[in-house]
Design a protein around this ligand. Structure first.
Ligand SMILES: Cc1cc2nc3c(=O)[nH]c(=O)nc-3n(C[C@H](O)[C@H](O)[C@H](O)COP(=O)(O)OP(=O)(O)OC[C@H]3O[C@@H](n4cnc5c(N)ncnc54)[C@H](O)[C@@H]3O)c2cc1C
Length: 368
């Protein structure tokens, strides 16, 4: 089976990502429900519910006990507004109370997945951006979208075809070793066996991870702490009634995704599972899935994928280390999910950073 390193989820409110997909003709490769619905299961109590957000910005779903999180009341949702205006430098735990039914059943699963850090330690500014762009906009911004046939055929291959059609050359397997830096401009790119000299109007968008960018550029401040994401994949036909996406509480499993012929689990901030023997982890997760789905307890064929440095740690301190796109060199701009996008490390943030970098270069090259 072709499986991605993670079950990457986009939301219908990720306007930059959707704009990018439209421009490369690949928007149809994302699939998701017509409305923002999220199924949840609590492994300990056996409780199950579905959160059903209405499409518009007035949150009628919060007033409807059949749509909102069971065991919560309207007033429980009000404190979330505090995140909307949270100052940089504060953690989620300093801005809202991290306990109670709404926190456990909605806020924690949402923030853990979006920030990839234990929710109370997460940056309130970044959490606020998530709430502002999702819950506060309404269900039409919260429809979960998945790359139907994987990330490569959705985000990458159509983009490569688009570029090829415009005679842009893309060179893979080409590792940048150093930048030759002049006083004001980058003068050359050193790829080891090959050096590319830059002429007058050449520009460089450096879109490598922070731990690669930092040694390439003197005095660049970058995030230095990271969090892991763990994914477990099981080759098994999901039960017919299995929702495409399900949040799971009180379990090692956090989100369960159903694909044709496969069940996949995502565990954010999974650092404590990095050293667990793979088979032990697969068995533990499968026992939870067997309980949740009613499938037989025998372990089906499995794969565990652990990304140690999946994202920078979205804490206030690490968020403060993110640089903007502009550098001290006129022909060099930065891009990447770790630059200061105002969002956590997500596909949406990465694409916005790319748009911003391209915009800066395009502006520079306009005749004055
Ligand atoms: C397991 C996992 C699950 C995730 N789930 C989600 C999700 O559900 N939703 C979501 O929105 N986001 C998710 N993310 C985050 C998302 O994948 C990232 O935010 C996004 O891919 C970052 O894109 P980027 O272009 O900034 O960086 P990258 O995709 O890391 O790209 C950096 C590129 O630089 C290249 N490179 C490195 N060194 C050099 C060098 N010296 N020379 C030349 N090239 C170099 C690398 O090969 C790489 O291609 C997840 C990430 C992981 C790891």
């Amino acid at each position: 089976m072709t499986i991605d390193n993670g079950n990457h989820l986009l939301l219908s409110g990720n306007h930059a990502a959707l704009g990018y997909l439209r421009s490369i003709g690949a928007e149809y490769r994302l699939i998701g429900p017509a409305h923002a619905e999220f199924s949840f299961a609590d492994l300990t109590s056996g409780a199950r519910w579905t959160l059903r957000m209405n499409d518009g910005p007035i949150p009628f779903w919060v007033f409807d006990p059949a749509r909102r999180v069971p065991g919560t009341g309207v007033l429980d949702y009000l404190p979330l507004a505090r995140l909307l205006w949270a100052p940089a430098g504060k953690s989620v735990g300093e801005v809202i109370t991290c306990k109670g039914t709404l926190y456990e059943r909605l806020v924690e699963p949402l923030l853990l997945a979006a920030l990839n850090i234990d929710a109370p330690d997460g940056s309130a500014r970044l959490a606020g951006a998530i709430v502002r762009e999702t819950l506060a906009v309404g269900g039409r911004a919260c429809r979960p979208l998945i790359a139907r046939e994987g990330l490569g055929s959705t985000l990458i291959e159509p983009a490569l075809a688009f570029l090829q059609g415009r005679r842009a050359e893309v060179r893979m397997e080409h590792q940048l070793r150093a930048l030759r830096l002049g006083a004001e401009r980058v003068e050359a790119l050193d790829f080891g066996a090959e050096t590319i000299s830059l002429s007058g109007d050449d520009a460089v968008i450096l879109a490598v991870p922070p731990y690669i960018a930092s040694p390439l550029l003197r005095d660049l401040t970058v995030p230095t702490e990271f969090r892991a994401i763990v994914n477990a994949h099981f080759r098994v036909a999901p039960p017919v009634a299995q929702p495409p996406i399900m949040g799971v509480l009180n379990a090692t499993t956090q989100w369960l995704f159903a694909f044709p012929g496969r069940l996949s689990v995502t565990i954010s901030a999974g650092d404590k599972l990095i050293d667990t023997p793979r088979e032990e982890l697969a068995k533990k997760i499968w026992s939870e899935l067997s309980t949740l789905t009613g499938l037989p307890p025998e372990l089906p064929p499995w794969q565990i994928v652990r990304e140690r440095r999946a994202t920078f740690a979205a804490s206030p301190a690490q968020d403060a280390k993110r640089p903007g796109a502009v550098t001290n060199w006129r022909n060099l701009v930065l891009a990447g999910d770790w630059t200061d996008t105002g969002l956590p490390a997500t596909i949406e943030g990465a694409i916005r950073s790319g748009n911003r970098a391209a915009g800066i270069i395009a502006k520079q090259s306009q005749p004055s």
